[in-house]
Ligand binder design. Structure first.
Ligand SMILES: [Zn+2]
Length: 158
C-alpha cells in the first residue's frame, strides 16, 4: 500500500508527531479535544487516518485508526511509513506551516523585511509565509538540523 497523499488527524498525545508530519508536507490536523465522536466524525468526513496512542479508540475503529506504538518520534514516523506506505517527497518538505497546517506561500525579502529580525534580512532572501497564522519561515540553522533528522528517519538505523 502506497499513499503519498495520505491525510492525518493526530490526537492529543502526539503533538510533536503532528508538527513533523506537516514539515514533511502531509496534511495533518491536530485534535486535542476530549470528544472522540467528533474526532471520528471529522476523520471520516475529511478522509483522514487517525493516529492515536489511545488503544480503546484503536480497537473500536481499526478501519480508520493506527495505534502508534512508540513514544519515540523516529519510530513513530517509521511505523506510519510502514503501515500507511507514505512516500516522502523532497518537494513537499517545509511546504506547510508546522503550527497550523496551512500551505505556505513563497515570499521575497522585500515582502517580509518589516517583519523579520535585521540579521535575518542580511543573510536570507527566500521566505515562506503562512497566511493563516502570519508566521514567516526562513532556512536558518535549525533547517540543517531538520534535514539531518529527516535523513535519519528515512534510513533504518537508530
Ligand atoms: Zn500557520
Amino acid at each position: 500500500m502506497t499513499d503519498i497523499k495520505a491525510k492525518f488527524i493526530v490526537d492529543g498525545m502526539l503533538g510533536k508527531l503532528a508538527r513533523w508530519l506537516r514539515i514533511f508536507g502531509f496534511d495533518t490536523e491536530y485534535f486535542s479535544g476530549k470528544d472522540k465522536y467528533f474526532l471520528l466524525w471529522k476523520a471520516r468526513k475529511e478522509g483522514r487516518i487517525i493516529l492515536t496512542r489511545d488503544h480503546n479508540l484503536f480497537i473500536q475503529n481499526q478501519d480508520i485508526c493506527i495505534f502508534i506504538k512508540s513514544e519515540d518520534l523516529k519510530h513513530q514516523v517509521r511505523q506510519i511509513k510502514k503501515d500507511v506506505g507514505i512516500v516522502f517527497d523532497n518537494d513537499l518538505f517545509f511546504s506547510r506551516c508546522n503550527v497550523c497546517n496551512s500551505i505556505l506561500e513563497h515570499k521575497n525579502l522585500s515582502d517580509v523585511i518589516d517583519n523579520i529580525p535585521e540579521y535575518v534580512a542580511r543573510t536570507h532572501k527566500d521566505f515562506s509565509y503562512c497566511r493563516s497564522c502570519g508566521r514567516i519561515y526562513w532556512r536558518g540553522t535549525h533547517y540543517e538540523r531538520m534535514l539531518k533528522f529527516i535523513e535519519s528517519i528515512q534510513s533504518d538505523e537508530d
